[in-house]
Design a protein around this ligand. Structure first.
Ligand code: HEC
Length: 297
């Protein structure tokens, strides 16, 4: 279902449209483009390891993957559909009806759709990286440069202050002073959820696992490369009246900056074998419209 455009109003925008396998289950665009070419205000984060996130979205407004799924379907700049229409459309596809009956013992409903997609997302795990092999005891897995970069990560570069669990995040929200680019003038992030002034402009710390695959970076895709991100950290972040007190200029040398990126590369998980799934009755769904000369989007 994550690959099925039927969840969207125009039949073309599936979850995978913005969370693309092969591109780190993220979106290479600065901000996502949904039904009708509408631009959203934020960059699509990776689905890798969202199974371990206590909350979802840059502002943490969804408490679970199941709750998260509901969002993009009705979001006017993403899939722009109604839940009623989605249930209705899927109810006309025999394969889905049969599978729902088999798994849930019920007809198609939003609750089941959310559970099914969330169950799939929990299989998208970035693991078995070079770093994992090293910490599991294979001393040869990381070369001297990578080991040096790990020391930097934990020490001078202060990354560990927020990248302190096995998924390389503290699951907290911080204001780094990221420049606001894209269609939104100002994005107050976590503040929209808590209304606490201390949360103005704070965004969730995303995982660093497979980060080399998921450019661009930050909530608005402000930086295209890891080099730019490391330069930004080195400066102590950007300017903001609510800047996190953890942000400090680091004084990294050019070699240290390169080393940090070496460490980030060591966090790339093993490739997930992926084949685009055959969608139930795809031909039957679209052929009448194609025959009539209509495009599917
Ligand atoms: C039009 C592009 C688009 C589509 C379609 C889309 N997403 Fe997203 N997704 C995004 C963006 C942008 C965000 C970040 C939004 C925010 O934080 O406010 C996001 C956030 C997420 C997150 C949160 C990740 C995290 O680390 O917090 C998950 C999980 C996710 N999407 C899964 C899905 C699923 C499942 C679907 C299909 C039902 C879907 N997305 C459809 C663009 C899209």
């Amino acid at each position: 279902m994550s690959f099925d455009g039927l969840l969207s109003q125009n039949g073309a925008v599936s979850c995978a449209f913005c969370h693309t396998p092969g591109l780190g289950f993220a979106d290479p665009k600065h901000v996502s483009i949904g039904v009708g070419g509408k631009r959203g205000g934020r960059q699509a984060p990776t689905v890798y390891n969202t199974a371990f996130n206590p909350v979802q979205f840059w502002d943490g407004r969804a408490g679970s993957l199941e709750e998260q799924v509901i969002g993009p379907i009705v979001n006017p700049v993403e899939m722009a559909e109604t839940h009623e229409n989605v249930v209705n459309k899927l109810s006309h596809i025999k394969d889905y009806v049969d599978q729902f009956q088999f798994v849930f013992g019920a007809g198609i409903n939003m609750h089941g759709i959310a559970e099914a997609i969330a169950a799939y997302e929990r299989t998208i795990i970035s693991t078995n990286s070079t770093f994992d092999h090293y910490v599991l005891g294979d001393n040869t897995a990381m070369n001297e440069e990578a080991q040096r970069s790990m020391a930097l990560f934990k020490g001078k570069a202060r990354c560990i202050l927020c990248r302190n669990d096995s998924n390389f995040t503290d699951n907290q929200f911080h204001n780094l002073g990221v420049p606001q680019v894209g269609p939104m003038k100002e994005d107050l992030g976590r503040y929209y959820v808590t209304r606490g002034p201390e949360d103005k402009g704070a965004f969730k710390t995303p995982t660093l696992r497979s980060i080399v695959d998921t450019a661009p970076y930050m909530h608005d895709g402000a930086f295209n490369t890891l080099e730019k991100v490391v330069d930004f950290w080195d400066q102590g972040g950007g300017k903001n009246s609510n800047l996190s007190p953890l942000m400090k200029p680091l004084g990294l040398t050019a070699q240290e900056k390169t080393d940090l990126i070496t460490f980030l590369k060591a966090l790339k998980g093993e490739d997930i074998h992926f084949e685009f799934p055959a969608l139930p009755e795809l031909i039957q769904r679209y052929s009448p419209r194609l025959a009539a000369g209509n495009s599917v989007d």
